[in-house]
Design a protein around this ligand. Structure first.
Ligand code: PNS
Length: 160
């Protein structure tokens, strides 16, 4: 069985993430979408909330499983016998950061974990969880960024 992991913060999941999930799920027998800890970011949603939101938006994709982990991606991948990580590339500005993570994971896993980059579909090229949160915090319209059910949860975090 060919499996891949799509790791991320998903704080919250956006249409850009969902686009990558749908496309990657077509390429592998199983896609594990995993909420991991990014030390550089403070999160709006708890890990449990993010997992639940991801489960909701992927419930119609049978080969997607959602999980979370508070360690290194390579450790999760090793224990679960996964050898491919998926990451989305929106623009050239993502590239340096993503290349560094991919090379580090390859090195730390002794070559066992490769990263495959999917280019984000053009309509989501400038979409990020951070911009979703900023727009919502000022009461702006995030309907083009996240599904309705997710938008409700984001707005609930910014009572006005
Ligand atoms: O959605 P993000 O925040 O860009 O995802 C980054 C993430 C969570 C995939 C990355 O920070 C990560 O892999 N964290 C787990 C810890 C780890 O393995 N760090 C080593 C990477 S150098």
């Amino acid at each position: 069985m060919k499996s891949a992991i799509y790791p991320g913060s998903f704080d919250p999941v956006t249409f850009g993430h969902i686009d990558i999930i749908e496309r990657a799920a077509c390429m592998f027998d199983e896609l594990r979408v995993c909420v991991l800890y990014n030390k550089a970011k403070s999160s709006l949603f708890s890990v449990e909330e993010r997992v639940r939101m991801l489960q909701k938006v992927t419930e119609n994709i049978p080969n997607v499983k959602v999980d979370s982990f508070t360690g290194l991606l390579i450790d999760y991948a090793r224990v679960n016998d996964i050898h491919v990580a998926i990451r989305g590339l929106r623009a050239v500005t993502d590239f340096e950061y993503e290349l560094q993570i991919a090379q580090t994971n390859k090195l730390l896993s002794a070559g066992s974990l490769d990263t495959i980059f999917l280019t984000t579909s053009l309509q989501y090229a400038y979409l990020s969880s951070s911009s979703v949160k900023e727009i919502a915090s000022f009461g702006g319209d995030i309907s083009q960024c996240v599904p309705e059910s997710i938008a409700r949860e984001v707005y609930a975090k910014y009572p006005r």
